[in-house]
Design a binder for this molecule. Structure first.
Ligand code: SF4
Ligand SMILES: [Zn+2]
Ligand SMILES: [Zn+2]
Length: 463
């Protein structure tokens, strides 16, 4: 499902062929288009388009370029527009200190006023920010403290740096990339795009502007949004389906449009791999883990009402040969269900598949014996979360069950050393950007002490 979260097809550029442009979007699989207002007139035009086409939605707001023309009636119009069921956000609003078409103090004042209105009406906002990172963050932080359930909005056509992205994410915002992420010289932007968590990512055309490669130079239109999605997938080491799926879920979560991801997922496909979800239980409670609050990965909801049997897990796999690997991994610790792993892994191996196990390394403690000899011949690769360079930091970050504290870290290290004897490929991983963790030391421990592969990943980035 493809979504263009930011288009301006109400504009004069489309007067000759608007209907054809909209039809082309539909033909190219665009499921929703959000047409964004820049002033009162374009907001009304957006609303009319949304009334006319079932798959179009509108926003209403005054762009920083145009805030100088705000008059006594403007806010009453916006309020009226926002009461319309297909007007789903307030925007685009923000600050543009690159063009400075409106004085900066006027921009700041109306940015605040419009945010205020969005908060009162419980609407997400669409933010335009150009050359005004500090001011934008300062104003937003007056309204968007770190409440987990506050309705935030989208940083549209993101062109900022990592610092702006991190701040925006911290305040609960989504980041949307336009065709500029496909441009040849946009390496810095691509580096930022790689770090945005899957559950905060969107794509847009911002048409008629910023046409993605390979149509750069021509007028842009919603049908081209997939070139940007494709580039985002490539940057993030994913398939286009993966990115489309996560964006569809994000769209549902922010606007309530489309479908929620269903729970009870046993097997799920990402890239060319198939993942198996055995349990939501775990012997740790890592500070970054959303296993109980939001067990969603790449658009799949892994919440389980009950744990699947080995038979159910096996039946959820169409054909192991369809995948580069089948991975026991979920929001929970798979070795809590060792018998299921063994039974299903045996069948996968018999069917000619490759098996990986992602684990917190507590398996021998959980099962009160050395389980690695039992996994020999069944598991081709094991990935163990080390996550820290000392036992103290491990306990802080991973919050193991009380009886495991003060010692489980050493057991994980023993598990890794033991794994080397029985599993052809072993890797140890850490989640980056965690307090008090010395990432260089972790890498040294893994390379020098264990001589296994090391991988550092940012949480919620599957890559
Ligand atoms: S070990 Fe994995 S599943 Fe368990 S709490 Fe940590 S991140 Fe979540
Ligand atoms: Zn804009
Ligand atoms: Zn725009």
């Amino acid at each position: 499902m493809i979504i263009d979260t930011h288009a301006h097809i109400d504009g004069a550029d489309y007067d000759e062929d608007r209907e054809a442009v909209i039809e082309r979007a539909r033909e190219n699989g665009v499921k929703y288009i959000v047409n964004v207002g820049c002033d009162v007139e374009s907001s009304y035009r957006s609303m009319e388009l949304a009334e006319q086409y079932d798959f179009m939605y509108a926003t209403a707001g005054v762009h920083p370029h145009d805030v100088k023309s705000i008059d006594a009636n403007t806010y009453a119009h916006l309020r009226q527009l926002l009461l319309h069921p297909k007007v789903i956000a307030l925007g685009e609003i923000g600050l543009d200190f690159f063009k400075n078409y409106s004085p900066q103090d006027v921009q700041r004042a109306h940015f605040r006023n419009q945010i205020q209105m969005a908060r009162e009406m419980n609407k997400p906002i669409i933010i335009h920010c150009r050359d005004a990172n500090e001011n934008t963050i300062a104003i937003l932080s007056e309204f968007y403290p770190k409440e987990p359930n506050a309705r935030s909005g989208i940083f549209h056509c993101f062109s900022g740096d990592q610092k702006l992205a991190d701040k925006a994410l911290e305040m609960g915002f989504y980041i949307s990339f336009s065709g500029s992420v496909t441009f040849k010289k946009a390496d810095n932007l691509r580096a930022v795009a790689k770090t945005i968590p899957a559950d905060r990512l969107f794509a847009e055309t911002d048409c008629p502007y910023l046409t993605p490669v390979p149509h750069r130079g021509k007028r842009n239109e919603p049908a081209y949004v997939n070139f940007t999605v494709e580039k985002l997938a490539e940057i993030r080491g994913l398939k286009i389906d993966d990115v489309q799926r996560t964006m569809a879920l994000n769209f549902f979560e922010l606007f309530g449009i489309g479908e929620n991801a269903s729970t009870g997922t046993i097997s799920y496909k990402i890239r060319n791999s198939l993942y198996l979800n055995l349990t939501q239980r775990c012997t740790a409670d890592c500070v970054f883990c959303t296993r109980l609050t939001k067990p969603v990965v790449q658009g799949y909801n892994l919440a389980l009402q009950r744990e699947p049997s080995a038979q159910e897990v096996w039946e959820s796999i169409d054909d192991v040969k369809n995948y580069a690997e089948v991975v026991f991994c979920g929001f929970g610790e798979p070795t809590l269900r060792l018998d299921v792993i063994k039974e299903v892994a045996r069948k996968i191996k018999d069917g000619g598949g490759r098996v990986r196990l992602n684990t917190n390394g507590h398996g021998n403690v959980i099962n009160k014996r050395n389980i690695l000899p039992e996994l020999s011949g069944l598991i081709d690769e094991i990935s163990v979360s080390l996550n820290a360079d000392t036992s103290e930091t491990y306990d802080e970050i991973c919050q193991p069950l009380p009886m495991l504290k003060n010692g489980i870290y050493e057991k994980i290290k023993e598990f890794i050393a033991e794994a080397k004897k029985y599993i052809p490929e072993v890797q140890a991983t850490i989640v980056t950007h965690q307090k008090d963790v010395d990432e260089t030391k972790c890498e040294t421990i893994v390379n020098e002490k264990f001589g296994v592969k090391y991988r550092a990943r940012r949480y919620n980035i599957v890559g």
